[in-house]
Design a protein around this ligand. Structure first.
Ligand SMILES: [Zn+2]
Length: 91
């Protein structure tokens, strides 16, 4: 019997591997927009991050998110992600 593996993804902030469902997916669309993919099913290049502002700040400071998506991410996109995270936390 094979046990079903839960997909693990690494947070670009704290670099910890976590269950995919516990992370927020940040997506680069084919139009080079950086958005939060709430459904986790949109096509494009994705990066994962904990729903934590702390991890977001870390990813911004180290440019890990930028590197992971291979795109320059402007300040306002980080602010937008932060807003989404606060919504995520609020449920
Ligand atoms: Zn994290």
């Amino acid at each position: 019997m094979k046990t079903r593996k839960i997909p693990m993804r690494k947070c670009v902030g704290c670099q910890e591997s976590k269950n995919k469902n516990e992370l927020i997916r940040i997506l680069k669309t084919p139009e080079d927009d950086v958005i939060v993919d709430g459904s986790g099913k949109m096509n494009g290049r994705g990066a994962y991050i904990c729903p934590s502002v702390e991890c977001l700040k870390k990813a911004q400071k180290t440019k890990a998110l930028s590197r992971s998506l291979n795109i320059m991410i402007p300040e306002e996109v980080y602010a937008d992600i932060e807003r989404k995270m606060l919504e995520f936390e609020a449920g």
